[in-house]
Write a protein that binds this ligand. Structure first.
Ligand SMILES: [Zn+2]
Length: 274
């Protein structure tokens, strides 16, 4: 390798490093309520439009449930929880926390024990999970947790982390600004779309614990009984080898239940009458 090439490589290296540093500086966010700093490379607008496409695709292959009581319960709990979130963000002057989120609550006719929330706030429960979440408080445990993933922008954070991890062979600036197809591919990868539609890849432990904590706070704000949560996850951790979909992406173990018990007193401070 000639001296000029080496010099050039070093310069490119420096530019790359500088652009990563400046990206990190301009891309810092804070998770509402938990206050954790996070690194977000993507614009919520991009994330929302990709989520909208994914939602349309998933729903085009699904049938809406005709079970009136499932539909009523899921919509009611979803509205109560997200109304509580709206009240909180209004009272605290952080309305932009809801940018790009368009809450939607549907039940699909599918025996899978599953539920998910896309990063645009579109939430889907499968009929199969309704036999486990058979009270409004239990629906609120799952729904609060899913809403929390969207509010805390965990999807954006995961995509951002994957982007940075892939920086060795990609110039980050062009990846983000000029390559919508790559962004889309990354979105698909980050959410496991393409392989099994609607079955989202598991989040990291850190994101799961944060969604549990934030989810319980949202439940409390809306007046649901947060004390049903430890028992719910406890039952799920005893599911044996034939784990339903939801619990294979949300593994529950002694650690998770311990953490949930630890945050119950904090969540209780947000408790209000329903
Ligand atoms: Zn989760």
């Amino acid at each position: 390798m000639g001296k000029t090439t080496e010099h050039k490589n070093r310069t490119i290296g420096k530019i790359l490093l500088l652009s990563i540093i400046s990206l990190i500086i301009i891309s810092c966010g804070k998770v509402m309520i938990t206050g954790r700093n996070q690194f977000l490379l993507y614009d919520q607008g991009q994330i929302t439009s990709l989520s909208n496409q994914a939602y349309t695709e998933i729903m085009s292959k699904s049938t809406l449930s005709s079970n009136a009581s499932y539909n009523r319960m899921v919509k009611q709990v979803g509205e109560n929880l997200t109304n509580a979130v709206s009240r909180y963000v209004n009272e605290n002057g952080i309305k932009n926390a809801l940018d790009g989120l368009n809450w939607k609550f549907e039940v699909v006719k599918d025996p899978s024990v599953n539920a998910f929330c896309l990063p645009n706030g579109n939430i889907v429960f499968y009929e199969g999970i309704m036999s486990i979440t058979n009270t409004p408080d239990l629906v609120a445990v799952v729904m609060g947790h899913e809403i929390a993933h969207a509010l805390a922008k965990h999807g954006n954070e995961r995509m951002s982390q994957e982007t940075v991890a892939g920086v060795a062979d990609q110039v980050i600036g062009t990846l983000i600004s000029d390559k919508p197809q790559q962004t889309q591919a990354l979105f698909g990868l980050a959410f496991g779309l393409g392989s099994q539609l609607g079955v989202l890849l598991p989040y990291s432990r850190k994101h799961e614990y944060e969604a549990d904590r934030l989810g319980l706070i949202i439940m409390a704000m809306a007046g649901y009984d947060i004390n049903v949560a430890p028992g719910f996850w406890q039952n799920m951790s005893q599911g044996g080898e034939k784990m339903p979909e939801f619990f294979s992406t949300h593994p529950s173990d002694a650690n998770r239940i311990k953490k949930i018990n630890e945050v119950l007193p904090e969540a209780a401070k947000y408790q209000s009458a329903k």
